[in-house]
Design a protein around this ligand. Sequence first.
Ligand code: FE2
Ligand code: FE2
Length: 244
Amino acid sequence: MTRIVHLSDLHVSGAHFLSGVAESVIQSVNEIAPDIVVVTGDLTQNGSYPEFASAKEWIDRIDCESKVIVPGNHDSRNVGYLLFEDFFGARSSSLSYSDVTVVGVDSSQPDIDDGHIGREKYGWIAENFETSDLKVFALHHHLIPVPMTGREEQIPVDSGDVLELLDRCDVDLVLCGHRHVPYVWRLNDMFVVNAGTACSNKIKARTAQCYNLIEIDDGTLRIYRVLPSGEQELVVDFIAEKEG
Ligand SMILES: [Fe+2]
Ligand SMILES: [Fe+2]
């Protein structure tokens, strides 16, 4: 079995970060002992050096060798996208672990909240998905509107083209954040999974801080919504139809 923990929207800052909740998140994630950790952006609130340094310390405390981390719109504020590279490496990256390939892309633009992937990345994305692995695409912005988030805004301006690309590449799972509301859509053969905020006070209405756990095991895919305490709720239990 391969386990992926999907965290998003930490918003490390004086105003929004809840360190006690983050402590619980780290403890419960380390108890899960995931094979892969994906962090889909908004690690910081303002993209500042102290925020990135603190975000790095928190993320380093998660015991996992295989992490894919992409920036969010908040990380690219104030030229923070350069600091992101200093602390976490390339803004777009891919990783293969066992029979899973994760491709993470930077969907942010400096000082603009709208998402944008960009045609220049489409070839690189397709190349990385030339594999028989289970395919996971990770980005900060939501590719599909998320219910209970109010007026729709900031969806990637090229989300239609990106969804078509991912569908053509037979992507199994899309992981995103930004809206701070957890939700799962199934679109054709893809699950599009939004994460809530893991440990910030920037929650909407009746939602709470949470993260996602995805378990992949020989044709089955399970998605759990996990509270910081570690309490899990199964939200998707999927068995792939075997071909032939
Ligand atoms: Fe956010
Ligand atoms: Fe965001």
